[in-house]
Write a protein that binds this ligand. Sequence first.
Ligand SMILES: NC(=O)c1ccc[n+]([C@@H]2O[C@H](COP(=O)([O-])OP(=O)(O)OC[C@H]3O[C@@H](n4cnc5c(N)ncnc54)[C@H](OP(=O)(O)O)[C@@H]3O)[C@@H](O)[C@H]2O)c1
Length: 256
Amino acid sequence: MPTALITGASAGIGAEFAAQLAEDGYDLVLVARRADRLESLGASLTNRFGVVVLVVAADLSLPGAPISIQERVAEAGMEIDYLVNNAGASGPDLIRDRDWDEHEAFFRLMMTSVAHMCHLFIPDMQRRGFGRVINVASVAGLIALSGSANYGPVKRYVVGLSEELNIMVAGDGVHVTALCPGFTHTEFHDVAGLTQVKSRMPKLLWYDAAVVVREGRQAVESGKSVQVSGSLYRLLVPMLKFRPVQRIANRVGRRR
Ligand SMILES: NC(=O)c1ccc[n+]([C@@H]2O[C@H](COP(=O)([O-])OP(=O)(O)OC[C@H]3O[C@@H](n4cnc5c(N)ncnc54)[C@H](OP(=O)(O)O)[C@@H]3O)[C@@H](O)[C@H]2O)c1
């Protein structure tokens, strides 16, 4: 059986990746901090699809997390064919939030752990001549809009990392894709305390995680290095690269 490792699998986009990959027959390694959630998702997927599930509770904002995940995978005798680096949060504001440790923890969760997981798991994929890696970025990583000066820039790193890796390892049968969703129905905005902002946004800007995941999986199969998810965002992102359109979007954003 092929095996997929998904970070941030206890909710939202990660849980949807787990469900879709289990349905396609992948055994799973599910990673997040809330082990209880992972256990109950894993039990239900084993029940429905007969797949083997390993739960690894880990906080990816801590420096040792990727190594300890790799050790647990090796102890279980599993090999990873499909890696989804998805765990994430909205994070602090670079200027307003004055605790630097909080920023460093955010950078580890959003950038360092993604690079470290690629560093640890891609070489075995190359050796076996097959691998799929999806790094969940965001449309915020493709355009400069007024935000926290943290979230957009870290997602930009994830896009750049994926593009370069995809060029480097494609010849070894390994595809790397940065999946860039726009607003997606998950727990993300509630965790960030932005539930009210969400309710004020036009409904057409919101996509279901099932669509995002399906498009990401298709993109990685076809070897695309960057996939913007959602037809509306595929239209909007090129427009938002023009400064006058950016200025309007920023003005509207500030009014919210
Ligand atoms: N929702 C959107 O509108 C949207 C748009 C663009 C991009 N994204 C990106 O999509 C990815 C998934 O987010 P989501 O929307 O599915 O949000 P979500 O429903 O809040 O899920 C976030 C997941 O990340 C995990 N996580 C958070 N901090 C972690 C940590 N320190 N260590 C390990 N796991 C951690 C959470 O698990 P625990 O709390 O159990 O650890 C949870 O499983 C993120 O990278 C996000 O930036 C989301």
